[in-house]
Design a protein around this ligand. Structure first.
Ligand code: SF4
Length: 98
């Protein structure tokens, strides 16, 4: 008989991480008026769901909660990002078990 293993889902794993948000210095900034097609790619691809649409369909982004994976940088680069760098010093994500 096969053994049933329990794996934590992504939300459970992410909830273990700790974030120290640098309120004074955004480590990611978007260009003005990003291309909707490029933005849509990141709505789908960002593992932290930081690219999303508001109630009126406006494009929203918040760098707090960033996992520093670089996916948005690789996929869209300068077509949508004005700035992408790692957070300074002790800022940013601190991964816990997961
Ligand atoms: S680096 Fe990763 S987690 Fe952070 S905004 Fe880009 S895709 Fe999302």
């Amino acid at each position: 008989m096969s053994e049933i293993k329990h794996y934590a889902n992504v939300d459970e794993k992410l909830s273990l991480d700790k974030f120290c948000v640098d309120e004074e210095n955004a480590h990611i900034e978007l260009v003005e008026n990003p291309s909707p097609e490029e933005f849509q790619k990141l709505v789908i691809a960002c593992p932290a769901s930081l690219y999303r649409y508001g109630d009126e369909g406006e494009m929203l982004f918040d760098y707090a909660g960033c996992l520093e994976c670089g996916t948005c940088r690789v996929i869209c680069g300068k077509t949508i990002l004005k700035k992408w760098e790692f957070p300074q010093g002790t800022m940013g994500v601190e991964y816990r078990w997961g």
